[in-house]
Design a protein around this ligand. Structure first.
Ligand code: ADP
Ligand code: ZN
Length: 436
């Protein structure tokens, strides 16, 4: 296989040299972090007063974790390490789980982030030959502008269309013969569901790849996207606290995402004890920024659950691969005492061939008991069949789900287009239980 690289030397550097770079950059990061009110207090508390106090990479473990709440509490400038005059960009997280957080970038920060994205894009096999339709929303959300800059640096023809307006998205794919999309998996599936109405067949378009990210999705969802759109979809992971997209990205092998270890230190911890687990074991992803000036962030608890592959990738890159995100520590539902992750539900239903492209998880309370309902859209022709067949399908989906999540949910079958659609991150779970 022909393996494309953006910066081959750093991407294939031997592990010892990579770790030497990490140590040098970590020290540098600590010196910058000490300039912020937040970290100078936090670090001096554990006896770190200068970069020399970091002797090897294991000293990272002395540094206390940083949480989303820490970032919120230090709003607006408690984590700013440079003068405001050096800041060229301000972004904000999308606030999926509460008040958003603010991220600052210097010119160098934007430049290095852009480079990570160029590297990520080229790793998928995309190149300057491509027409890139960026369907992620622009604005404060990092997904739009992040990939936009990276794609321009690669030399792709960038269409900055942003999110929404499905009709226009499809027309644009036709008019400009778009070859690469950047989009959330849920919105891409919705777009596909509108192909027929717009008189397009996937095979007639020039599409070859999609970068899908910003929200959890299963391997079965990826396969569905590949098959329905006749493309290859690549998983893209990032979060605004650590720049945005471009933290980890799949290469042409598509066996999970290389996490760029010259730019981030990754740890996987047991969320209950805070201790590191071995490669191959699942836990919470903790990330440390190695190249950022305006806002250094050390040991950030992402709340995302994943594991690192212990074995190297066939492409020759030495940067370890992060598995797809298996859930978030804060998206776990407790249904009558049983722990259920939305990702377990998605994985099962996306395997059922009759299921179309959208679903919703609904939780409420009936008397003292929690009630879980999984609403799925199925292909319209199925509604023309007899009721007994529909009933059998419902029972089959329920049984699939029960085998994974232990409890037996209600399953509702819906016509395509009847469940709410999001143009960005999908909101899959509606929990109507009273909060106490
Ligand atoms: P918010 O926390 O407000 O959603 P961001 O917009 O920065 O802030 O989103 C980052 C989060 O989005 C990640 O922590 C992760 O939970 C999710 N995410 C991003 N990319 C992926 C991906 N490829 N797979 C699963 N989840 C992802
Ligand atoms: Zn690889």
């Amino acid at each position: 296989m022909d393996i494309p690289f953006w910066s081959k030397e750093i991407e294939t550097l031997d592990r010892a040299s990579l770790q030497a770079i990490q140590l040098e950059r970590l020290r540098d990061m600590v010196s910058w972090a000490l300039k912020t009110p937040f970290y100078s207090k936090k670090l001096s508390y554990v006896g770190i007063r200068s970069p020399e106090d970091i002797r090897d990479l294991r000293d990272l473990e002395r540094i206390p974790f940083t949480t989303k709440d820490d970032l919120r509490r230090s709003f607006p400038k408690g984590l700013l390490a440079v003068e405001m005059t050096e800041v060229v960009r301000i972004h904000s997280s999308s606030g999926t789980t509460g008040i958003p957080t603010v991220i600052y970038y210097t010119r160098d920060d934007v430049d290095r982030w852009t480079d990570l994205l160029a590297r990520s894009i080229v790793a998928t096999g995309a190149s300057a030959q491509d027409i890139f339709q960026n369907m992620m929303s622009y604005g404060l959300f990092t997904g739009g502008l992040g990939l936009h800059y990276g794609a321009e640096r690669v030399g792709m023809a960038v269409i900055p269309i942003g999110g929404g307006n499905t009709k226009r998205q499809i027309q644009t794919m036709k008019d400009f013969e778009t070859t690469v999309l950047h989009v959330t998996p849920s919105y891409l599936l919705h777009i596909h569901s509108q192909f027929e109405a717009e008189g397009v067949k996937a095979g007639d378009l020039a599409l070859r790849r999609a970068f899908i990210g910003a929200e959890p999705h299963s391997e079965n969802t990826r396969r569905k996207i590949d098959d329905l759109l006749h493309i290859q979809a690549f998983n893209s992971y990032g979060l605004s606290e650590l720049n945005g997209p471009g933290v980890a990205f799949e290469c042409v092998c598509r066996k999970d995402m290389h996490l760029w270890e010259d730019a981030y230190v990754v740890e996987i911890i047991d969320p209950a004890t805070g201790r590191s687990v071995e490669d191959g074991q699942e836990g919470e992803v903790v990330l440390t920024n190695l190249i950022r000036r305006a806002m250094p962030i050390l040991r950030y608890r992402t709340r995302d659950l994943a594991f690192l592959h212990p074995e190297p990738c066939e492409c020759g890159r030495t940067h370890r691969r992060l598995s797809r995100i298996l859930g978030r520590t804060d998206d776990m539902l407790i249904i009558n005492g049983v722990n259920v992750f939305p990702s377990q539900i998605e994985e099962k239903i996306m395997k059922v061939p009759e299921v179309a492209t959208n679903y919703q998880i609904h939780v409420d309370k009936k008397g003292a008991l929690d009630r879980l309902t999984v609403k799925v859209e199925i292909y319209p022709k199925l509604f023309l069949g007899d009721v007994a067949k529909l009933e059998a399908l419902r029972a089959r989906i329920r049984e699939e789900l029960r085998s994974s999540i232990v409890i037996s949910p209600n399953v509702e079958l819906h016509e395509p287009g009847s469940l709410p659609v999001s143009e960005g991150k999908a909101k899959r779970v509606v929990d109507e239980r009273p909060k106490d």
